[in-house]
Design a protein around this ligand. Sequence first.
Ligand SMILES: Nc1ncnc2c1ncn2[C@@H]1O[C@H](COP(=O)(O)OP(=O)(O)O)[C@@H](O)[C@H]1O
Ligand SMILES: N[C@@H](CCOP(=O)(O)O)C(=O)O
Length: 293
Amino acid sequence: MVTVRAPATSANLGSGFDVFGAALDRPADVVRVEKADRTTIDVTGYGSEFIPEDPADNTVGAVAEALDAPAHIRIDKGIRPSSGLGSSGASAAAAAVALNELYDRGLSRKELVPIAGKGEATVSGEVHLDNVAPALLGGFTVATGRDVTTVDADIPLVACLPEIAISTRDARDVVPAGATMEQLVYTVGRAATLTTGMCRDDPRLVGKGMHDRLVTPARADLISGYDEVREAALDAGATGVTVSGAGPGVIAACYPEDRRSIAAAMVDGFGEVGVDSRAYQTKIGRGATLYRD
Ligand SMILES: Nc1ncnc2c1ncn2[C@@H]1O[C@H](COP(=O)(O)OP(=O)(O)O)[C@@H](O)[C@H]1O
Ligand SMILES: N[C@@H](CCOP(=O)(O)O)C(=O)O
């Protein structure tokens, strides 16, 4: 048996739609695999009641097929599905690492990115690598086509998850079909600022780079209390706030000493509109970790 822990991830980070992603040091999924004649899946843990065990409908099924690696796959969910923390991507990434090891396929982590991406596509309807790339490689990642660049950044974060479910597939339906030259220039400037901040471990630059006028406003409209939570986080010292992934999670960049107060402020912000939520005081972390049993 092979066991792999794969982290939650926060994709887009405002200015990097479908490109930027960051691995979080918590929460995480744990996947255990054993060789079998055909793939079967058992799901336990956070939100498991909403996750199909049919290999055709679970992200790990597509990964097992892509690696020609039938197995009994046990997924212990630490990341709530449809939360904007890359829950489906984490399972796909963990399964890719575990099955690659179990069947000795010898593929590198970067070679596993498009394979895990196939798993993601079964759920979101389109291939986007900005969850599976950081879940596999760790750190801050820039996924452009099949090429991925990583930065081992040390940036404190707070991820606040409201008790709202928004599927990535639905949230992709509200993405604008195009952009003006002004929006393009604004986005490129913020994306470059964020990337510079990641390279310098500078929460102020990262926060400045999280602004987005293209995709985030449409998704923020799906999140009851978003404006209140964003203002509360900024007032508590956050350097930047945006929608995590496709939402409804909200992610804030900050300095370490402000993390606790920002987490409390974000929960209170959702509370103002009658929405329960949970905040993770976290930071950019490492990628999937293999445990040989
Ligand atoms: N291993 C998995 N983990 C989580 N969700 C999964 C998995 N396999 C399939 N799914 C489906 O994907 C949905 C969540 O994916 P999505 O809406 O993209 O949000 P997220 O990627 O943030 O979890 C779940 O409702 C479930 O139906
Ligand atoms: N770029 C994707 C990222 C989805 O992230 P998730 O954590 O919500 O699965 C998108 O914005 O659709």
